[in-house]
Each structure stands twice: as structure tokens, then as C-alpha cells.
Design a protein. Structure first.
Length: 138
């Protein structure tokens, strides 16, 4: 089930509640998919897939992914340990990359993450194809 399929925007301004994703605003296309509703009865380690694609407006979602993921998880009430974060880049040739967020420190009640990118695995690609008819798969 698709939970969200739209533009996701962030500003570079600090609010009283939290720091900005980064000091420059940005926009990305984002699709949030809950795979557990498609496969009831099958336990999944990461049932939520988030696919992000840059729009070219503002800062890149990939460069600020460690902070952007925290914003998205707070906004949609998601557990960062239960999501599979993917970045889709159609240029120069279509490619999906998957992020692994590694906690590196805690400051007060906020976690800091580093990110390690890897190519998408064939089983992950097959899993998301039905939800991404507009994407080019290579």
C-alpha cells in the first residue's frame, strides 16, 4: 500500500521544535510504501520502503539523507529501524541505491547517523517494481 506519493519539501530555517534538515531548503519526490499490508502474515524486518528522487530544486536529498530520514520518520511516525531508504537517480543512467543508516552518536534525545550507500539488490528491485510503473529499471 502506498502511504505517500508526492513532493516532500524542507526549509533551511530552524523552528523552535527542531533544527533544519540542512541550512538550504530542498524538494524531492517521495514515495512511501508499506509492504506489510501487501503480504499479511509474513513478518518483515523492514516493512516500509521510502523511495526518494531529487527534483533539482534546492539541496540534494542524498547529501542530507542522514538528517532528512529523521524528518521523514518524525513527520510520518515511522521507526527508522523499520525502513528501507532508496534513492532513485534517472541520470545519466537509471540507478537505485539503498542507504544504511548507522547511529554514530546521541546528543540529548537526538541520534546522529552516518550513511553507507550500496546498489539495490535484485530481490529489492523486484519488490518495488509494482509500485513504480513510472521508473526505468535497468
Amino acid at each position: 500500500m502506498i502511504l505517500f506519493d508526492d513532493r516532500y519539501e524542507w526549509s533551511g530555517k530552524k523552528t523552535s521544535a527542531r533544527n533544519p534538515v540542512n541550512w538550504w531548503g530542498g524538494v524531492c519526490r517521495m514515495k512511501i510504501i508499506d509492504l506489510s499490508t501487501c503480504n499479511p502474515g509474513i513478518p518483515m524486518i523492514k516493512p516500509i520502503v521510502i523511495i526518494v528522487e531529487d527534483t533539482g530544486e534546492g539541496s540534494s536529498s542524498k547529501t542530507c539523507a542522514p538528517d532528512l530520514v529523521k524528518y521523514v520518520c518524525r513527520d510520518f511516525k515511522l521507526d527508522i529501524q523499520k525502513i528501507l531508504w532508496m534513492e532513485y537517480n534517472p541520470v545519466p543512467s537509471p540507478v537505485f541505491e539503498v542507504a544504511r543508516f548507522q547511529p554514530v552518536a546521541e546528543i540529548k534525545d537526538d541520534s546522529l547517523y552516518s550513511v553507507i550507500w550500496r546498489p539495490i539488490r535484485p530481490n529489492e528491485l523486484e519488490m518495488i517494481k509494482p509500485f513504480c510503473p513510472d521508473k526505468i529499471f535497468v
